[in-house]
Every structure is written in C-alpha cells, then in structure tokens.
Write a protein that binds this ligand. Structure first.
Ligand SMILES: [Zn+2]
Length: 261
C-alpha cells in the first residue's frame, strides 16, 4: 500500500530515506512482536519463508496468510509439495516457466535456477517475459517445469493455454497447476458472452474470472495432452504439518500434470 500521500511535504524532503527506513523497521518489529515465535515453541510454521508463527493473519474469504512472506494457504500447500515431492529444489532441473509468479517463490527459484528460470505474465511488471499464455513465445520442449496457479480461470481459451503448456514442456517435464475448483457444482460453468465485471463477480465469484471449474477440470487437462494426478494436502503432509501450516480445504488441490508420451 502506498501511503506517501499521507506524509506532509515538509517531512518528505529532508527526511525521505531515513524516515521510510525507520517506518519500515518499526513495522517489521511490530509484526515480529505480534506474530513471530521461535520455531521450537511456535504452534504454526510457514513452509515458504520458514517463520515460526503464533498465528497466521486472516485475509479474504477466511483464507490465511503469513505476514512475513504473504503466502496464502494455496501457496503454502504448493511450496510444501514442490519441496517435499519434487526434485525442483535440488537444483538438478534446469528450466522453469513460472506464470504469474508468486513473489516469495520467484525470489527463491530465480536464485536457484538462474537463467533457466523464466517468470512470465500478461500484465505484471518486473517479469522476465510478457506473454499471452495462449501463444507462448517459446519453442517446443523448452522447460522441465511449468508452474501456473490461479490463472486459467481468467483465460477465455483455457484449452489453448493448457495445450501451450504441454507444447513447451519437455517430454519428462511436469506442470503444477492450481485453480479455484468446485467439483460439487458438476460440470464447469462458463459463459463467454458475460463480459460485465459486475455480472462476472455474481456468476463466477470474481470480476475478472471467466468461469467456475467443476468436476471436469481433470478431463479438460487430459484433453490438452496431460496425464493428471490430483494431490491433496493429506497425500503428502502429516496431520501435524497440516495443522502447523494451517492448511484447510481453502488451499484447494494440486493438479500435477505430466506430458503424455
Ligand atoms: Zn512466510
């Protein structure tokens, strides 16, 4: 949040840098006092940044986030999966396409993979490549890993985007895909004629969503050329860790997709 407009002009000129540095330090100290605890006694733990926590902060829709790295439930689930169930963090994989990169992941992965790490987005500044994911500007078989979380529900032609992911993945590559997923509604609900943000909010739950994925999400991925495994927190985390990381049904599922050979 930019609050510089709240600061009187007479303070901005002579005290700009030290002033903001002091505010930052005070804010971080306040957060630490309010939320941080030594890991050995903390009831909660953020698997993304490694902070021991008294509690997570409640954010929108009852979701919770780590105040130190801003990781929501789905990010904590995804990072736990990447670190425990894949060889991505071993540094043996060489190339990764990360769509709409989550900041804490981006920092760690770009350090690990160097030039092999490609962050990409249609709108976000500071990504390596500006892309439309339905037309990726990469040759076939370019990446070991594609990571794309909570993006496809914004894309009109999601089949084309999924096909692009299969195309740019190497034969033994894999994609971690997450979306808001509601199997209980039955078939995926979409209506391309709905373009009004208020109507989208009413029908799809967010002003820039174009559908609500239902039970057929896996078959949509399969139609794009993937073999799919659905991974839930209990498949790879102990109940103790699920509680410590505060992961609930709000985190959703992980769709682990491999290119059909
Ligand atoms: Zn964290």
């Amino acid at each position: 949040m930019n609050v510089t407009h709240l600061v009187p002009d007479f303070l901005k000129v002579p005290l700009r840098r030290p002033y903001w540095a002091a505010i930052g330090l005070l804010y971080r100290s306040h957060l630490a006092l309010q939320y941080r605890l030594p890991k050995v006694i903390a009831p909660h733990f953020c698997p993304v940044c490694g902070a021991g926590l008294r509690r997570f902060k409640v954010i929108a829709w009852g979701d919770t986030a780590c105040v130190f790295c801003d990781s929501s439930e789905r990010r904590r689930l995804a990072w736990s999966f990447l670190s425990r169930c894949t060889d991505l963090l071993d540094g043996r994989l060489k190339s990764m396409l990360h769509i709409a990169p989550e900041r804490p992941f981006e920092v760690a992965l770009s350090k690990l993979l160097g030039a092999g790490y490609v962050s990409a987005d249609l709108l976000k500044p500071n990504v390596r490549v500006r892309v439309d994911i339905t037309h990726l500007p990469f040759p076939n078989d370019s990446f070991d890993v594609v990571l794309c979380s909570h993006v496809l529900e914004h894309v009109q032609d999601d089949l084309q985007a999924m096909q692009e992911f299969t195309r740019v993945l190497k034969l033994r590559g894999w994609a971690l895909i997450m979306v808001p997923h509601f199997p209980e509604i039955g078939k995926t609900f979409e209506d391309p004629s709905v373009t009004d943000p208020a109507e989208r909010l009413k029908l799809f739950g967010q002003e820039d969503h174009v559908r609500v994925y239902g039970e057929d999400f896996v078959s949509r991925l399969e139609n794009a050329g993937f073999e799919v495994r659905v991974m839930r927190s209990a498949d790879f985390l102990s109940q103790k860790d699920i509680t410590r990381f505060n992961i609930t049904h709000l985190s959703g599922d992980i769709f682990l997709c491999t290119k059909r050979g």
